[in-house]
Write a protein that binds this ligand. Structure first.
Ligand SMILES: *[C@@H]1O[C@H](CO)[C@@H](O)[C@H](O)[C@H]1NC(C)=O
Ligand SMILES: *[C@@H]1O[C@H](CO)[C@@H](O)[C@H](O)[C@H]1NC(C)=O
Ligand SMILES: *[C@@H]1O[C@H](CO)[C@@H](O)[C@H](O)[C@H]1NC(C)=O
Ligand SMILES: *[C@@H]1O[C@H](CO)[C@@H](O)[C@H](O)[C@H]1NC(C)=O
Ligand SMILES: *[C@@H]1O[C@H](CO)[C@@H](O)[C@H](O)[C@H]1NC(C)=O
Length: 353
């Protein structure tokens, strides 16, 4: 019994690591039919200037970018939004990558939107800042249905409603909320994420997410995973973890000042002891994390090598966020209207409108 338990625990750990390392990449673009520009026009020049500003802008601003170049009628406005759990480097690479994708996919369009795993980029000749847009949208749903559809929705709906209020209440820097809930079947967990562009009012954000939830029907009502991508907000749920829960850049928290030193030496000494304990614990945790990281990286590398030997290139590409290969991978995906997922090979269907 002892050894079978140990085996189960081992199996579960392997399963968890697979889950965590399973990353998928997608890039979806909508070229909005809202006027075209020619190669040497002022609009084209402004758009290129905006792209270079976006790639080089110094502020991270919790992953929100609001840019504007030129004067009407040749003004180009853009909003970039990174997923709320992503750090600056991933955010910047994602926006850089979206720029090259949109240049390729919507070369002459004045307005275009690109959605991907870690960011959304929208540019237009119209003002985007502060205006809630729930269209155009893209909807994806996992082709696999929940085994207990009613139970699944009973767990999912309250989570989505809760995340909507939390995201909307997020304040002017970050309107992002992600969490999990227990699913209907043994050990099952549902993970969901909702985010709005942070300049929206609380009401607009809430309305945008309500619209997104409305679009789940009928495509996502049975599915174990769904993504509703809108210009001003997006919603996603999966039965595996896909967002970070630690190390998330947070908007300025109220400063918690260290308690004032006490009048006697004992107070100082206990403060020192506390600091030493904190430093030691932090170092140990840091070293352990590093070892774990290296171990996971080595595993991943090995796995990738193994997979690359097979036919399924899509899975291999999607194991890591490699900018150079995304283009090939995403082009394949969009050609087939499919979305690959690392690890599990789940396939998403794109809603055909
Ligand atoms: C812009 O160009 C696209 C593709 O070249 C074309 O389908 C579309 O009709 C054009 N839109 C306008 C408003 O001219
Ligand atoms: C965002 O861009 C708009 C349009 O250019 C501008 O009116 C607004 O002040 C900008 N807001 C911020 C916070 O940069
Ligand atoms: C994004 O592109 C700019 C210019 O092409 C480059 O300077 C910058 O290093 C890139 N950033 C990332 C994170 O790739
Ligand atoms: C999911 O449910 C829908 C509607 O009942 C059905 O058409 C579809 O074939 C199911 N998908 C799978 C993978 O069973
Ligand atoms: C679910 O979320 C809670 C925080 O709300 C977290 O403590 C917990 O670890 C998460 N569970 C899983 C399985 O991810």
């Amino acid at each position: 019994m002892g050894s079978s338990e140990l085996f189960l625990i081992l199996l579960f750990s392997v399963f968890l690591i697979t889950l965590i390392s399973a990353k998928d990449l997608y890039f979806e673009a909508t070229c909005v039919n809202n006027g075209n520009f020619t190669a040497n026009s002022i609009y084209g020049t402004n758009l290129n200037l905006l792209f270079s500003q976006l790639s080089t802008t110094a502020d991270f601003n919790y992953g929100f970018y609001n840019l504007s170049v030129g004067r009407s009628p040749d003004q180009v406005n853009a909003i970039g939004l990174c997923r709320g759990d992503q750090k600056e480097d991933v955010c910047r690479s994602c926006l850089n990558d979206s720029i090259s994708e949109l240049k390729q996919r919507c070369p002459k369009y004045k307005e275009a939107i690109g959605w991907s795993e870690f960011c959304t980029l929208h540019y237009s000749s119209q003002q985007l800042f502060g205006s809630m847009k729930s269209e155009p949208e893209q909807i994806f749903y996992n082709k696999y249905n929940a085994s207990d559809v009613d139970g699944f929705n009973r767990a999912l709906r309250p989570l989505l409603t809760n995340l909507r209020s939390r995201a909307a209440a997020g304040g002017p820097f970050l309107k992002y909320a992600a969490d999990n809930t227990t699913g209907p079947t043994f050990l099952s967990v549902i993970y969901a994420l909702e985010q709005c562009t942070p300049e929206l009012s609380q009401k607009d954000c809430s309305d945008c997410l309500t619209t997104a939830m409305g679009k789940m029907d009928p495509y996502c009502t049975r599915s174990i995973g769904c993504r509703i991508l809108q210009p001003s907000c997006n919603l996603r749920y999966e039965t595996r973890p896909f967002f970070a829960v630690e190390g998330i850049p947070q908007p300025p928290p109220p400063l918690s000042l260290p308690s004032p030193p006490e009048g006697n030496g004992n107070g100082n000494r206990s403060n020192k002891t506390r600091i030493i304990i904190i430093v030691v614990v932090a170092s140990v945790v840091g070293i352990l994390s590093l070892v774990l990281c290296i171990w996971i990286c080595l595993k991943l590398r090995k796995r990738r090598e193994i997979i690359e030997k097979g036919d399924e290139m899509i899975k291999a590409e999607s194991l890591q966020y490699d900018l150079a290969t995304i283009r090939t991978a995403t082009n394949n995906f969009s050609d087939e209207n499919k979305l690959g997922e690392g690890g599990f090979g789940a396939v998403y269907k794109k809603l055909q409108k």
